[in-house]
Design a protein around this ligand. Structure first.
Ligand code: AKB
Length: 320
C-alpha cells in the first residue's frame, strides 16, 4: 500500500491536495505534516505530525516509522513574503528540498512531488506563451530558489534515480484557505472582499496579466503527473503548466454580475515589480503531450464556483 507523506499540508495547496489524496488512496494512506501545530484540526481524517522540514532527522524518523513510499513536499516561503525575508526564504526553500531529496534517496522513496513556479522566469524571459525552455533570469529569492530547486530535482533523478516530479504552478486560486504571502494572492483575497461587501484595494495595476489556475485544476494536474508512467516524464526539472490568464480588472468584472456594488481601487506596491517580471501566459505543450494535461476551469467558471462555495466554507453571509 502507498504511504503518502505531505509536508506543509496546512498551506493553500496542501489543505486541498491532502484531502483529495486521502479520498483517492484512503485516509490511512496519508500522513499530513506541518510546521504549525495549529493546523492539526484540518486533518481529523488522517494521521498528523508536527514537522519542521529543516529537521532532517525528524523527517527521516517519520519516513522510517510510517513506512512512507511517496512524498509531496509543499512547504515554502512564497514570492512576496520571501522579498521581505530573503535569507530565511532561501534557507527554507533550498534546505527543505535538499532534506527531502536526501531522505528520499536514503530510504528509496518511490516518488517525490515538489512544486516549482512561474517565478523561475524573469524580466528577460518571453512574456507571452512563455516556452518550457525559455531564458530564465528570476529576480526574486523565491524564483531563484525555485530555479535552483528544479536543477537539484533533475540532479537527484539523473545521479541517484530519485523519481522526483514537478510542476511550475501559475497563481493558484482556491476558496478553502486564506492567501499565503504570494504575489498572485490578490486573486484569492478579492473574493473575500466581495463577499464581505468591502471595497477591494488591489496591489497590482488593473491591466497586470498573470497566468493563474483554479485549485481543482492544480490538484488534477498534480495527481495526473504523479500517476503518469515513468517513461512518459521527459522533463525532470519542472513542467510548464497553464490554466487561464487574467488581469485584476478582468477578475473584478467577473464578480460584478454577483456583486453589482462591489468597488475596486488600484494601489500598486512592491509586488507590482514582481508581477511585471513574470510571464503573462504560459506554453504548456510538453505537459499536454507527455501526460495529457488539459485544464477544466476558465475565469467565469472559477468565479461561479467560488461565489457559490466560499460563504458556507468561511461562514460568511450568502451574498445579499
Ligand atoms: C506567488 O505568487 O508567489 C505564488 C507563485 C506564482 O508561485 N503564487
Amino acid at each position: 500500500m502507498a504511504k503518502i507523506l505531505v509536508i506543509g499540508a496546512g498551506g493553500q495547496l496542501g489543505t486541498e491536495l491532502t484531502k483529495v489524496l486521502a479520498e483517492t488512496y484512503g485516509n490511512e494512506a496519508v500522513i499530513a505534516t506541518d510546521f504549525h501545530e495549529s493546523v492539526k484540526n484540518k486533518f481529523g481524517y488522517c494521521t498528523f505530525h508536527t514537522l519542521n522540514v529543516m529537521d532532517k532527522a525528524a523527517l527521516a524518523d517519520i519516513v522510517e516509522k510510517e513506512g512512507v513510499t511517496q512524498v509531496y513536499h509543499l512547504a515554502a516561503i512564497l514570492s512576496a513574503l520571501g522579498e521581505k525575508n530573503p535569507v530565511p526564504a532561501w534557507d527554507l526553500n533550498m534546505g527543505g528540498l535538499l532534506n527531502v531529496l536526501e531522505v528520499a534517496r536514503a530510504f528509496a522513496i518511490d516518488k517525490v512531488f515538489w512544486p516549482s513556479s512561474i517565478a523561475v522566469f524573469g524580466p528577460n524571459s518571453p512574456k507571452d506563451q512563455t516556452p518550457q525552455q525559455a531564458f530564465k533570469d528570476p529576480n526574486t529569492v523565491y524564483g531563484i530558489s525555485k530555479l535552483a530547486g528544479e536543477h537539484w530535482c533533475e540532479y537527484y533523478f539523473n545521479k541517484y534515480g530519485v523519481d522526483v516530479r514537478s510542476l511550475r504552478y501559475p497563481g493558484l486560486i482556491g476558496y478553502k484557505s486564506l492567501p499565503g504571502g504570494g504575489t498572485t494572492d490578490y486573486a484569492v483575497d478579492i473574493y473575500h472582499k466581495a463577499l464581505n461587501e468591502e471595497k477591494f484595494t488591489c496591489f497590482l495595476s488593473a491591466d497586470t496579466y498573470l497566468p493563474m489556475m483554479y485549485m481543482e485544476d492544480a490538484i488534477q494536474a498534480t495527481i495526473q503527473l504523479m500517476n503518469a508512467p515513468k517513461e512518459n516524464i521527459t522533463i525532470r526539472t519542472s513542467y510548464n503548466l497553464s490554466g487561464m490568464r487574467f488581469s485584476p480588472q478582468e477578475i473584478y468584472q467577473s464578480l460584478l454580475p454577483y456583486f453589482p456594488n462591489f468597488t475596486i481601487e488600484y494601489v500598486s506596491d512592491f509586488r507590482q515589480q514582481i508581477a511585471d517580471s513574470w510571464p503573462n501566459s504560459i506554453d504548456d505543450s510538453a505537459a499536454q503531450h507527455d501526460w495529457n494535461w488539459k485544464p477544466a476551469f476558465d475565469l467565469n467558471a472559477m468565479t461561479a464556483t467560488i461565489v457559490d462555495n466560499l460563504p458556507s466554507y468561511f461562514n460568511y453571509n450568502k451574498h445579499k
